[in-house]
Design a protein around this ligand. Structure first.
Ligand SMILES: C[C@](O)(CO)[C@H](O)COP(=O)(O)OP(=O)(O)OC[C@H]1O[C@@H](n2ccc(N)nc2=O)[C@H](O)[C@@H]1O
Ligand SMILES: Nc1ncnc2c1ncn2[C@@H]1O[C@H](COP(=O)(O)OP(=O)(O)OP(=O)(O)O)[C@@H](O)[C@H]1O
Length: 300
């Protein structure tokens, strides 16, 4: 963008903009190696749920304000200052667009954090979309800036089923044969992504085979069942409740496979149909009231 767009965005765009900031789910995650700075090369398949947080941007006023409405009972509060990824994204989007932003950003949190479902990353990507919707910008530079906020932010910007390689920067769209009925379980405690990567001793376990990616377009549950999440083992050691959630999901009628998402602690059960997914969610909620359980759909 050049300087000719310099102005106050509130004059241009008065209606509030509201968007779902969906949960990100890693269908599989293979570790490929380690970079000299300690970051890990990964090969992962990502899809997005029809459930998540909600982000609203209302223009007006003379400054930018952040409001966080937390619908989730958590031990560590979501930051309400510049540490919030949504706020950082607002600041980046303002600089990219060359607008003098003024308005209020409201983030309504429904997702658990430290859960491997990209809460903060998804919020950041949603803010970038909300602010930059009508702005003609260079996509490569936007994705580079997104990566600076976190490895998951570029794929959250893409917002559709995607294979992610490198440390989060190489994105390739993938095809899922149909929307997938799933049950997400957060077993009452969180994991820090940095800790999971730090405590693991990881080798190169090999890329996701091309035939598995092809199979997603015809028989996604078989494809997912044939793949792994290489972080599962260390996450289960750090937090045994992850294994319990996996075991509980695998024993539900109609659950074909259960996999941890990202670095955990959320485990996702992939179901044959919506009826069995809903029944499993009800049953797990009843027998494990300290868990957060949500039946939803992974979108194509
Ligand atoms: C595990 C995934 O969720 C898979 O989608 C992502 O790779 C993690 O994405 P994220 O939560 O946005 O993670 P970041 O905020 O970028 O990184 C948190 C920390 O995890 C470690 N980290 C992260 C990503 C990566 N490819 N290798 C790493 O070793 C680094 O120590 C980093 O300091
Ligand atoms: N908008 C936000 N929503 C949630 N957490 C945020 C946000 N901004 C910053 N954070 C911080 O990020 C930490 C990790 O939360 P987040 O929900 O992003 O983790 P995650 O689910 O493990 O993400 P990922 O799947 O990307 O690894 C939180 O403890 C919180 O302090």
């Amino acid at each position: 963008m050049n300087g000719s767009n310099n102005g106050v965005l509130s004059k241009v765009n008065a209606c509030p903009r509201i968007r779902l900031s969906p949960a990100k789910v890693n269908l599989a995650l293979h570790l490929i190696g380690r970079r000299s700075d300690g970051y890990h090369f990964i090969d992962t398949l990502v899809a997005f749920a029809d459930f998540g947080d909600w982000v609203t941007w209302r223009t007006g006023g003379s400054a930018c304000l952040l409001e966080v409405k937390d619908c989730f009972n958590r031990s560590k509060p979501i930051p309400k200052n510049t540490a919030n990824l949504a706020w950082q994204a607002l600041s980046i989007a303002g600089r990219i667009s060359n607008f003098l932003l003024s308005g209020s950003l409201t983030v309504e949190k429904f997702l658990p954090s430290g859960a491997g479902i990209g809460g903060g990353s998804s919020n950041a990507a949603t803010v970038m979309h909300l602010i930059l919707e009508d702005v003609n910008i260079n996509k490569d530079s936007l994705y580079t800036k997104a990566l600076m906020l976190g490895s998951d932010v570029p794929v959250c910007l893409a917002g559709c089923p995607t294979r992610v390689e490198g440390v989060g920067e190489r994105l390739t769209t993938i095809t899922l044969a149909k929307p997938l009925p799933v049950v997400m379980v957060w077993p009452g405690a969180s994991l820090s992504t940095a800790s999971v990567f730090r405590y693991g001793k990881f080798n190169d376990y090999g890329n996701i085979p091309a035939r598995a990616i092809e199979c997603l377009a015809t028989d996604p549950l078989s494809a997912i069942a044939s793949l792994r999440n290489d972080l599962e083992c260390i996450s289960c050691c750090l937090l045994p409740a992850v294994r319990q959630a996996m075991f509980a999901l695998q024993n539900c009628s109609g659950c074909r496979v259960a996999r941890m998402s990202g670095s955990g602690s959320v485990v996702v059960g992939y179901f044959e149909n919506y009826c069995s997914a809903n029944a499993a969610a009800k049953m797990l909620t009843f027998y494990s009231p300290s868990w957060w359980v949500r039946a939803c759909t992974l979108l194509i």
